[in-house]
Design a protein around this ligand. Structure first.
Ligand code: APR
Length: 227
């Protein structure tokens, strides 16, 4: 089976009701990255960040996969599909995708504070909040399993390898603003087709691609007709 690799961003979940980051009503229009999404902010005000992500997590938990997520999952009937996502929601998994690699963490997981050792704990949907004083077995404070700015992207090497193996690469719903994720396109073999689904024209000077200028759901329908 041909290897079909997806690189998805916040736009993939926009039609599920999850705001993107840099659109008009985006998260970074209403909150400052420096205040709630950097390693320094975590060190400076952990309780505020725990409360913020507790609130955001409860919002995410009400959202469901959209047509775009479902069509990505359905392509597993015809391709060896690998999803690489910048999103911390689990809507790809809920839609039925079996191979999903998260670059920026997962909202429904937590881990011990400090360097990410790869040990992550699932949060109970019935009691998903993390509070100061919640610790792991070694007494270390628990934190959201989210990669803040200024922190390493633990799965980057594996993601680069998966992109380098792709026979087709499809990018959906990312402004390609944030590295190292945006740099993954450069690991794709020169001879493979690259498609980009986004309602806004996206410029990415380092690699030729075919843009389908639609939202995730409609864009995936057009893509499937092209494959
Ligand atoms: N379908 C597809 N794409 C859409 C839709 C939609 N319905 N609506 C908006 N988009 C596109 C926007 O045009 C934009 O190009 O989704 C993209 C979202 O870009 P960003 O908001 O920058 O989100 P993303 O690229 O995922 O951000 C990358 O930045 O803040 C960090 O860690 C955070 O993972 C995030 C990273």
């Amino acid at each position: 089976m041909k290897k079909l690799v997806f690189l998805t961003g916040a736009g993939m979940s926009a039609e599920s009701g999850i705001p993107t980051f840099r659109d008009a009503d985006g998260l970074w229009e209403n909150y400052s990255i420096e205040e709630i999404c950097t390693h320094d902010a975590w060190l400076r005000q952990p309780a505020l960040l725990l409360d913020f992500y507790n609130m955001l997590r409860r919002k995410f938990m009400d959202c469901k996969p959209n047509e775009g997520h479902r069509l990505v999952a359905q392509l597993e009937e015809r391709y060896d599909v690998q999803v690489i996502t910048q999103n911390i929601d689990n809507l790809h998994e809920q839609a039925g995708s079996h191979k999903v690699l998260h670059l920026h963490g997962e909202m429904m997981k937590c881990r011990a504070d400090g360097r990410d050792t790869g040990v992550h704990y699932p949060l109970d949907p019935k009691n998903p909040d993390i509070h100061m004083g919640d610790t792991d077995a070694n007494g270390v404070q628990l934190r959201p399993h989210i990669v803040f700015f200024q922190e390493d992207v633990p799965n980057l090497e594996q993601a680069a390898y998966l992109v380098s193996e792709a026979d087709i690469l499809v990018v959906i719903g990312t402004s390609l603003n944030v590295y190292p994720a945006a740099g993954l396109l450069q690991y794709a073999r020169k001879d493979i087709p690259v498609y980009l689904i986004d309602p806004k024209p996206i410029s990415y000077p380092y690699r030729a691609f075919t843009q389908i200028q639609k939202g995730a759901g409609e864009g995936m329908k057009e893509l499937i007709a092209l494959l």
